[in-house]
Design a protein around this ligand. Structure first.
Ligand code: GLN
Length: 194
């Protein structure tokens, strides 16, 4: 099983290391043609405005929408979650506009710029270690979106069919269970398309 990590900007190598712990092959994706060689895609954290700009420049908006349209799973973490969202709070336009969520950027304020904690994730037995860095929150979810994690009553992980999004950085810990959760989504989508 091959899982791509969008390699335009952000925490690419760490995601590849984490995905390979699940037994899948992790491949950096720099050109749209490379999407043909993977069954799932991770969009990493970084800076969502920069990632969105580079995605437009290299044709990734259409290519990733098509990828999602084929039922292939996508996992957006932190800035990657912002890029996946249909709506961004404030005046900012969305990027891929695939997932029926509204996100608020940099939602934790200055004094909480970065922090770590353990969080319950629906579908994973024990709490998962979560690293938040200038993290976004999910303000609203559409009817088809399942909330998987709350942090102090705020939504920080959610799933809509083959789309998974989280506010934090699962690739910066040696807890690989969220990557395993995503790898299982990819495995299920391959089985469903056989
Ligand atoms: N604050 C960043 C943004 O709005 C996201 C931060 C991150 O990915 N760690 O794009």
């Amino acid at each position: 099983m091959r899982i791509g990590v969008l390699a335009l900007q952000g925490a690419v190598t760490e995601h590849i290391v984490s995905i390979e712990k699940t037994g899948a092959l992790g491949l950096p994706i720099k050109r749209i043609e490379e999407l043909d060689g993977v069954e799932g895609l991770i969009i990493p954290g970084g800076e969502s405005t920069t990632i969105g700009k580079l995605m437009r420049k290299y044709g990734f908006i259409e290519a990733i929408r098509e990828f999602a349209g084929q039922g292939k799973p996508i996992f957006g973490t932190c800035a990657g979650m912002i890029v996946l969202a249909k709506r961004i709070a404030g005046d900012e336009a969305g990027h891929l506009e695939l997932m029926d969520i509204t996100v608020a950027r940099n939602a934790f304020g200055r004094q909480r710029e970065s922090f770590e904690c353990d969080l319950e994730v629906k579908g994973i037995a024990e709490p998962v270690r979560a690293v938040f860095i200038r993290a976004p929150l999910i303000d609203e979810v559409g009817p088809d979106v399942e909330v998987l994690t709350l942090y102090k009553d705020e939504i920080v992980t959610a799933r809509q069919g083959n789309l998974l999004a989280c506010s934090f950085h699962p690739e910066l810990t040696d807890d690989y269970r969220l990557h395993q959760y995503f790898a299982d989504m990819v495995k299920d989508s391959i089985a469903a398309n056989l």
